[in-house]
Design a protein around this ligand. Sequence first.
Ligand SMILES: [Zn+2]
Length: 247
Amino acid sequence: MESSKRTGLFWIGGALIIAALLAASLNWAVTLIPPTVETRWARKLPVFNDSECELPKDAAVALEKLRKRLLLPGDDEFSISLRIVRAREVNAFAFLGGSIYINTGLLKGAFNADEVAGVVAHEMAHVRNRDVLHSISGRLVTAILLAQIGETSGLANLFTQVANLTFTRSQEEAADRSAISRLQAAHIATQPLANFFKRLPSFGPTMLSDHPDSESRSQMAASAVVESPTPALSEDEWNALKTACAL
Ligand SMILES: [Zn+2]
């Protein structure tokens, strides 16, 4: 090989190694940001105010009951909150700062509260794993660097992109495993989540169907053992929640 080619390959290899190291250190660095700081940033972002639904009291009580049942020890510092947004897609997503947005389409498409509990448990895992922050870390650093030289539009755009984030296959698989553990700890049956996963393809091209193969997700949920399961919500609570926000 000519020496100029060798030198070229050397530099390309070096650049790739530096890029890989940077990516790895960014992933590590975001875990140093305390969840409370992330929550403070998120409060400054009025991204979903337009479509967020203000719940009547009975529905708000039902949603809070669902949230509390699904919490695990150690969740406190993540400020996990549940919000309902008016949107047709059968979906829910985690946002920065512990907010989990549940589309009205999910409440309509779910057969019962246990199915919604399973999806919420999956999103709670994304919060605990800091997946939103991990996914935007590269863009976040670029936007902050640009903001240093006075170009702040990058920061504004970045946060509007968060709602459309897709996570990696391994992030999704980890969130599914955590969701099952959460349901087990809450004594909520996992078969309804298995049924919901089976119907995912019929919901159209939502973010949920970008996740791992719905058949294997369904099997994993179906095979989990839950001791003495009880419904996530009573019939009245579920009715109050699902009819609370018309589209
Ligand atoms: Zn997910």
